[in-house]
Design a protein around this ligand. Structure first.
Ligand code: ZN
Length: 164
């Protein structure tokens, strides 16, 4: 039986050599594809950028470094680390196989579709913003309260000194 033309789909359901995909991956290409083209700085072998992975706040520091040679990344803020495949997996909210497949197709010159995991509705964003607001107010309230407590302590000490 004649073999049909090799279909690109075959790679997604077939065997994926993660090691080979990792080795062939072009970090700059992957980052560009995910929309971080102008978000990183190149320092030697490393691509340094703000970490999009952690759910916790990362501040504004560039805490993520991706090594273009060994294709490994590490974030010193959220402690996330792994290979470029893991990075795509987490960033895209994909299964590891789909992440590997995406990189493979990218390396092979295809333009696989990137679906941002941000399927959050505007409502979710509003709730998140409201929550941030409440947190901020709470922080201020706690700071004010502690300040008040300290002042009371000082007053108590002064009164005690006057009594004795
Ligand atoms: Zn991080």
């Amino acid at each position: 039986m004649a073999q049909p033309q090799s279909e690109p789909e075959a790679t997604t359901s077939g065997y994926l050599d993660f090691e080979e995909i990792k080795q062939r991956a072009d970090v700059a290409q992957v980052l560009a594809h995910l929309g971080y083209e102008d978000k990183y700085k190149v320092r030697g072998k490393e691509f340094v950028m703000w970490c999009p992975l952690g759910s916790k706040t990362h501040g504004k520091k560039d805490s993520l470094a991706i090594n273009s040679e060994n294709k490994k990344y590490q974030c010193f803020a959220c402690r996330s680390k792994g290979t470029v495949i893991d990075f795509v997996k987490i960033e895209q909210g994909l299964h590891i196989r789909d992440a590997a497949s995406l990189i493979q197709r990218l390396t092979d010159g295809e333009k696989p579709e990137v679906e941002k995991p941000n399927t959050e509705s505007e409502d979710t964003n509003e709730i998140r913003e409201a929550l941030e607001d409440v947190k901020e107010r709470l922080d201020i309230a706690v700071a004010d309260f502690l300040e008040e407590v300290n002042q009371c302590k000082v007053m108590i000490e002064e009164i005690q000194q006057n009594v004795s």
